[in-house]
Design a protein around this ligand. Sequence first.
Ligand SMILES: Nc1nc2c(ncn2[C@@H]2O[C@H](COP(=O)(O)OP(=O)(O)OP(=O)(O)O)[C@@H](O)[C@H]2O)c(=O)[nH]1
Length: 380
Amino acid sequence: MSEATHLPPEPIPVTLLTGFLGAGKTTLLNALLQQPGMADTAVLINEFGEIGLDHLLVQHFDDATVLLASGCLCCTIRGDLSEGLEQLLRRMDNGAIPPFHRVLIETTGLADPAPILHVLMMHPYLVMRFRLDGVVTVVDAVNGLGTLDAHPESVRQAAISDRIVLTKTDLVDTPEREVGLAALRRRLARLAPGAPVLNAAKGEATPEALLGAGLYNPATKIPDVSRWLADEAVTAAEEASRAHSLNGHVHDENRHDERIRAFTVATDAPVSAAAIDMFLELVRGTHGPKLLRLKGIVKLAEDPEHPLVLHGVQHVLHPPSQLAAWPDDDRRTRLVMIVRDVEPAVIRRLFDAFMGLPAIGQPDGVAMTDNPLAPATLRR
Ligand SMILES: Nc1nc2c(ncn2[C@@H]2O[C@H](COP(=O)(O)OP(=O)(O)OP(=O)(O)O)[C@@H](O)[C@H]2O)c(=O)[nH]1
């Protein structure tokens, strides 16, 4: 055997793609994976929700894609992430997938990146096979400033970044939004002074600009980042000792905001475009900024073979797109919603009413929309 075969393999660079709910992470991931030179990339997607949809919306979904479908915002990520990375290595080492030379990890929009970085920088075995190359944080030009004010996770996501990708600048079309964007840029410059801000709409978010940031170095970030990572080491050690004594997973009650809930509504029956439209308008009108994220796939009564994909991000409802075919065997309409301070049962009842699903004591959708006494927003 030659001497070279005894050398340990070069650690594989890992880029963390983070950013708040709906900022545009999956869109960026899809765009990156289509670039030449990105074919040998393995992907890990961390989804939150009872029924994930992201894996259906990622175009490059194959055996080199691992879904970390945790039912929890971020506290299970540590175990799931190391298992996901080990699974990829096993698949590669036993020839089930071709060798990959890069890993992209898409976090959930609510992820605190510190535990993820902790795994990538401190795991006793994984650090020999993987190296953290950098953190790319996606920031939405319309919602970004309000999100930084309201959600501490998004502050951490920005502060920890090596590169920032600014999305949705094409939607900055009013003087108010322009002022907001200028303030957002100033805020990002303070939070992540070393991170270049790349404009996705101008085609600046290329693999060359985003990947290969070099070894992750918390010392180049604002002082808070080193503290968060240090806190994380303590939490990890505590969790490990509790898990040992409990012989299993430990749910960290303190890590995420209990006011935030994710849930799914689903129906087998085809849904008319008008019903889905009115349901969305009503949910948006009633719950406004409390509706942090909505993602959906809809079986349209008018065109059931071509599912409609819906994206809502806070008060912005993006134009829906239609898929050429159903991405898998599940052909139900499914809406995943992430809300803050809203009782999911309230939205579930509304959905059932609009979709004509029977529920005791609930008016049905037709009765509500046809009724001249119903509120104007509900009437046809
Ligand atoms: N106009 C515009 N829309 C964008 C841009 N980037 C993303 N979007 C839209 O924003 C919506 C959300 O994008 P996603 O890529 O799903 O966002 P995400 O960050 O992966 O969402 P989560 O996984 O739920 O956190 C979709 O409708 C995208 O088409 C952009 O630069 N301009």
